[in-house]
Design a protein around this ligand. Structure first.
Ligand code: ACO
Length: 398
């Protein structure tokens, strides 16, 4: 159990009340006014009941940095490759239909005893290696996933597998295909408002477990993967998270969901006779593809424009457009609306399909390691999906 006490020195007029949640305050602003940000926030934390390290070792003063930057990335995919032709053997479809409508040709699927957390650990290790940061120096781990190996959350298992000795906070963020962008923005808020120094953001999903493999309308779309980014505190002049925009619309839930099965949630007539309730399970992915398609093409360009405005930048500043890899036609439509040339759009969905929260860090990792994305370049990134949720961030690589 962790206790945290906060001491802060407000330097701007609207921070005139005790700042119980720096995260919320920063979220409200949706933009980081570097000159107005809190100059100094001290946070000390003590963990009780942790037998690996003493309380004194865990009492660390944190000075809030004014900036944060992406310093490492990594990714991992399962070995099993499933092509469109393979799928045409189990559902009435064809390579031509899938590739023309979606751009997808292959996807990776976990098998046997493989778990989502295994991929997540591999991706996180690679991100730490690239960043040259020791696992012990990670002070927060955010796992963005809708398919945890454990309903109670899988982030702490990743923290343990990485060998982070200081018991840093690790928890799951569930926002489907928008999860990674939300994780990235959350990381920046924890660094700016909470004094965290090294935040590992992992996007990992295994939607293959929730796909109905007899439904050709959905099973052709999804694949499994993990990607990770290390976000690090830095001086304001090196800041690499410029502005963001986040939303959700629960009314749109009906277009894309994997809900708890209603008939197993409660007893048949809700009476006490039906106690105890049956164990719950989730339905397979239910999606109205056309509506989700329209939603994405409508909200993503708007959201990127807002994030750019919050960052004080214009479209001409964008070196790369990095969208959630759902469908090549969505990527093309958004790029056209934003007047971004096709050769500035990062796309790897042909090889992996829609990997949900993993898709953005997986594509970023490939683009960085291949030398496509270079240090100092500006990326407009946007996630969208179930919830419905969507959000964008304007970031700089390293
Ligand atoms: N193979 C062959 N035919 C198919 C297939 C298939 N795999 N799937 C559907 N069809 C058929 C349909 O039955 C329909 O036939 P009909 O005209 O005889 O009725 C026809 O093809 C057209 O079907 P539509 O569903 O209208 O096809 P559409 O052009 O909309 O493409 C698609 C479907 C690819 C799913 C598209 O709507 C899409 O990509 N939507 C966005 C989905 C998405 O991005 N989801 C992201 C989710 S992110 C998250 O949070 C999980």
């Amino acid at each position: 159990m962790a206790n945290a006490s906060w001491v802060f020195t407000p330097t701007v007029p609207h921070f005139n009340k005790p700042m119980i949640s720096p995260l919320i305050s920063t979220f409200r602003s949706r933009v980081y006014p570097h000159d107005r940000i809190l100059k100094r926030v001290l946070c000390s934390s003590a963990v009780h009941g942790a037998d690996k390290v003493s309380v004194s070792e865990l009492k660390a003063s944190r000075v809030v940095g004014k900036g944060c930057k992406l310093v490492g990335c990594g990714s991992a995919v399962p070995k099993l490759e499933v092509s469109n032709d393979d799928l045409s053997k189990i559902v009435d479809t064809s390579d031509e239909w899938i590739s023309v409508r979606t751009g997808i040709r292959n996807r990776r699927v976990i098998t046997g005893k493989d778990k989502m957390t295994g991929l997540a650990v591999e991706a996180a290790q690679k991100a730490l290696e690239m960043a040259e940061v020791d696992a012990d120096d990670v002070d927060l781990l955010l796992l963005c996933t809708s398919t945890p190996d454990d309903l109670f959350g899988s982030a702490p298992q990743i923290q343990a597998a990485l060998g982070c000795k200081g018991n840093p906070l690790a928890f799951d963020i569930t926002a489907a295909c928008s999860g990674f962008v939300l994780g990235l923005v959350s990381a920046s808020c924890y660094i700016r408002g909470g004094g965290f120094k090294n935040v590992l953001v992992v996007g990992a999903d295994a939607l293959s477990r929730y796909v109905d493999w007899t439904d050709r309308g959905t099973c052709i779309l999804f694949g499994d993967a993990a990607g990770a980014v290390l976000v690090q505190a830095c001086e304001s002049e090196d800041d690499g998270v410029f502005g963001f925009d986040l939303h959700s619309d629960g009314e749109g839930y009906r277009h894309l969901h994997t809900g708890i099965k209603a008939n197993e949630e409660f007893g048949t007539n809700g009476s006490v006779v039906d106690f105890p309730p049956k164990r719950s399970s989730y339905s397979s992915i239910q999606m109205n593809g056309k509506e989700v398609f329209r939603f994405a093409c409508r909200v993503v360009p708007q959201s990127i424009e807002i994030a750019l405005e919050n960052a004080g930048l214009t479209r001409s500043s964008i070196d790369w457009l990095l969208l959630h890899q759902a469908n090549q036609r969505i990527l093309d439509a958004v790029a056209t609306r934003l007047e971004i040339p096709a050769d500035r759009v990062i796309s790897n969905l042909a090889n992996y399909g829609n990997t949900s929260a993993a898709s953005i860090p997986l594509a970023l990792d490939e683009a960085v390691r291949s030398g496509k994305v270079k240090p100092g370049q500006t990326i407009a990134t946007s996630g969208f999906g179930a919830g419905l949720t969507w959000g964008s961030a304007i970031i700089r690589w390293n």
